[in-house]
Design a protein around this ligand. Structure first.
Ligand code: NAP
Ligand code: MG
Length: 509
């Protein structure tokens, strides 16, 4: 991925965003839940303290949602769906609400970037250049779908009188459970597609970075969304998240997070009301680099992607499968660029890599590097020496990695790359076999200028998205995974259809 240069913020705008952040923390400390149009305090006996990962300092402690709060939120969402103005509102008005929300997100872009930077650790530069503009664009795109989700009228039956058609209806009450790594963007993707389809929503942000979702819900209020249409229940996964996924009156859970929790949510659906689900889970995406590739561009893309969110990015290409003939050259290019990356507090404009989200995450990444060394991989760049007190980790590169090593099999969620040479008479088949040797199938990247090889690889790779030579095109396309990276798609036409039920109607005359 390549980040467009972010427009520098003027210092007055930055100061205003800082003041706004202080106010947001004060409001969150008082009442962080939004249920049926009212701000209330969570009733869990375990409050949540969210921290700034760049310093470790506590930002705010907020009351978390309890089972009773979840029941209230789902009840409010159901009432807003069946009784409230939302379900009767013309689609054009729903779209207008979403466009107003997009305008507000855009108007508050500095503030939203700062919230995400302080609460989630991402560099301001990448938040301004990627997350916030994508949140705005996604909201506008979804607004455009309101009223455009239609059924079909098949050819008239040849025999018998009558008529038949299919129609689409909102799936109902949607619970959106989101991760911390791109908290705002994930919440926006789920919320705005559910709303465009005519659903109502209960949002459960991750406890490690809930503040941008809180601000999002305030902006929803300002955009004129009626009470009960958007409810917010920050809380613990094993309390609020579990209550939502087991709830008998939730029609669909849209979840982005780990494969482990995805399994739990799937089981909860089976144990409760067979609620529908969209599961966007983990990944361990391969990057196939063939000898005819533009190596410089490929190396730059790999480095940018691992810098983006310090590797805490589900589709990051971390398994590098490099044709033997260019393996050493490619590693040399990578090393040169990785060493030049600047690690530090994402508030600074010159920082490429922010901190990891938490101390346990930092320890986890340390553990994987130790495992890689013990398993015999070649440590070409060791990033373990980053100083604290923030949860920093420098870029790390392993060479001569093998498919049976934990560093290659597991999603590390840190800035750790593993390179593997590949050779063979049929290089496409050899590379695809290595790339597909994974329980995940979220994304795969290909670098080659040989069209025939590219097309063969695209066909053979088991991944929900295949990105060739850095990718092209524009606009939100469906994203999602093969294998244990989940099922269902988000954004694009398929992503919208996920929030609908299909009804078949046969009318006899
Ligand atoms: P996570 O631990 O699975 O948590 C995700 C969300 O689920 C959080 O809100 C969490 O709550 C909640 N949760 C935890 N246990 C739950 C339970 N038993 N029932 C219901 N909800 C529960 O994931 P994460 O560490 O936040 O995020 C990292 C993961 O997200 C990675 O695996 C990454 O690949 C994946 N991800 C995937 C995509 C994609 O598009 N495929 C995009 C981004 C991230 P608390 O954290 O508040 O306890
Ligand atoms: Mg935080």
């Amino acid at each position: 991925m390549s980040l467009p240069a972010s427009p520098p913020s003027d210092s007055a705008g930055h100061e205003a965003a800082r003041l706004a952040f202080g106010d947001l923390c004060q409001r969150a400390a008082r009442h962080a839940l939004h249920i049926d149009g009212r701000w209330v305090t969570g009733r869990s006996d375990r409050p949540i303290t969210t921290r700034n990962p760049a310093t470790g300092e506590a930002l705010v402690t907020l009351g978390a949602a309890s089972q009773a709060d979840i029941d209230d939120a789902v009840r409010a969402a159901r009432r807003a769906l069946t009784e409230g103005p939302w379900s009767r509102m013309p689609a054009a008005e729903r779209a207008a609400c979403l466009h107003r929300l997009a305008d507000l997100l855009e108007a508050h872009r500095d503030e939203l970037a700062l919230i995400e930077c302080l609460d989630g650790g991402n560099p301001m530069r990448s938040l301004r250049g990627f997350d916030v503009p994508h949140a705005v664009a996604t909201t506008r795109d979804h607004a455009g779908w309101a009223g455009k989700l239609s059924g079909e009228v098949p050819l008239a039956p040849l025999a018998g009188a009558g008529f038949a058609y299919t129609m689409r209806e909102p799936v109902g009450v949607v619970a959106a459970i989101t991760p911390w790594n791109a908290a705002l963007l994930m919440a926006v993707r789920k919320l705005t597609s559910a709303l465009a389809a005519g659903c109502t929503c209960v949002l459960k942000p991750a406890e490690l970075a809930p503040l941008s979702t809180l601000r999002l819900v305030e902006l929803c209020e300002q955009a004129g969304l009626p009470p009960g249409v958007v409810n917010l229940v920050p809380g613990h996964g094993d309390e609020a998240g579990r209550a939502l996924s087991h709830h008998p009156d939730v029609n669909l859970v849209t979840f982005t997070g780990s494969t482990r929790v995805g399994r739990e949510i799937l089981a909860a659906s089976g144990a409760s009301n067979l609620k529908r689900m969209v599961l966007e889970l983990g990944g361990k995406s391969p990057v196939v680099v063939l000898r005819d590739a533009d190596l410089e561009r490929a190396a730059t893309a790999v480095v940018q992607e691992i810098a983006f969110k310090s590797g805490q990015y589900c589709a990051a290409g971390t398994r590098l499968i490099v044709e033997q003939a260019v393996y050493d050259d490619f590693n040399a290019l990578l090393l040169q660029q990785l060493k030049a990356l600047r690690v530090g507090d994402g508030l600074r404009e010159d920082v490429d890599l922010g901190p990891l989200i938490s101390q346990p995450q930092r320890e986890r990444v340390h553990g994987y590097v130790a495992q890689g060394i013990a398993a015999g991989a070649e440590l070409l760049l060791d990033g373990r020496d980053a100083p604290g007190p923030g949860y920093f980790f420098r870029p790390t590169l392993f060479g001569r990695a093998r498919g049976d090593m934990a560093i290659v099999r597991d999603e590390i969620f840190g800035p750790v790359l593993s390179a593997m040479p590949v050779a063979g008479d049929d290089i496409v088949q050899a590379a695809a076999a290595l790339a597909n040797d994974s329980s995940y199938g979220l994304a795969a990247k290909v670098w080659s200028r040989d069209l025939a090889r590219v097309h063969r690889l695209v066909r053979q790779l088991q991944a929900g998205s295949v990105i060739v030579n850095g990718g092209g095109g524009e606009g939100p396309l469906p994203t999602g995974g093969y294998k244990q990276s989940g099922f269902g798609r988000e954004t694009g036409h398929e992503g919208m259809l996920a929030f609908t039920e299909l009804k078949t109607v046969r009318i006899g005359y």
